[in-house]
Design a protein around this ligand. Structure first.
Ligand code: ZN
Length: 219
């Protein structure tokens, strides 16, 4: 039987590899029933970019919206999942305009399955990034959110973030660090809501896909 929905979220634990120089996840128990406390309470610390998360435009533009200002409907609704086969340029996989031109896009949200970052517990820089020209092609097809199964839409070594900036210019939102290895290509409903972090530059999300055929008649 087909699952009712797919969970696209990375587990969050001390094992989850952060982006280099970013604050890793840690979790500390501050109250323990085992020690006689009334309940169990834990405190977590991490960069808001650890694990599956959405970037607010403010992350890459001083004037951009903060995460609590982005309209929630941008993160809920029809999404297409596509497997793409990035080509290697100087040994680094890249998603080009030609790669996305052939996709039959029917949704504002597009999730790109690259399989170039299979191990979330160990950071590696050799993941697929997106060329700004490819973002233009997606924008022209009406895409308003790009989700990727890698830690960034830009190269790990990029200091200028051209793909993030092109997304900003084209008013496309960014969802990063998805797990898509168990998800067949197709049409779904995406739900990936950020926490209401006042002034935040990003937020962790619990990203899920529901079968679109089962939800499209819902109000
Ligand atoms: Zn990010």
């Amino acid at each position: 039987m087909k699952p009712r929905f797919y969970d696209l979220s990375m587990p969050l634990s001390e094992k989850t590899a952060p982006f280099p120089l970013d604050t890793p996840f840690s979790r500390v128990e501050t109250m323990r029933m085992e020690d006689g406390d009334a309940c169990n309470v834990t405190v977590i610390t991490m960069s808001v970019h650890v694990g599956t998360h959405v970037d607010a435009p403010y992350h890459y533009d001083e004037q951009g919206l903060r995460i609590d200002e982005v309209a929630l409907e941008r993160y809920i609704g029809k999404a297409n999942v596509f497997t793409v086969y990035p080509r290697e340029v100087d040994g680094i996989p890249i998603i080009t305009a030609d790669d996305v031109r052939e996709l039959s896009i029917s949704a504002e949200r597009v999730l790109l399955h690259t399989e170039t970052y299979p191990e979330y517990a160990a950071f590696h820089a050799n993941f697929a990034s997106i060329e700004p020209d490819a973002i233009d092609v997606l924008a022209e097809r009406g895409v308003r959110l790009i989700g990727v199964d890698v830690p960034s839409v830009d190269k790990a070594t990029s200091k200028t973030l051209p793909a993030h900036k092109r997304c900003r210019e084209r008013e496309i939102l960014i969802l990063e660090n998805l797990r898509l290895e168990h998800v067949p290509d197709g049409d779904y409903e995406l739900i990936a809501l950020p926490l209401r972090i006042a002034g935040g530059d990003a937020s962790p999300v619990r990203a899920v896909l529901r079968m679109y055929a089962e939800t499209k008649d819902m109000t």
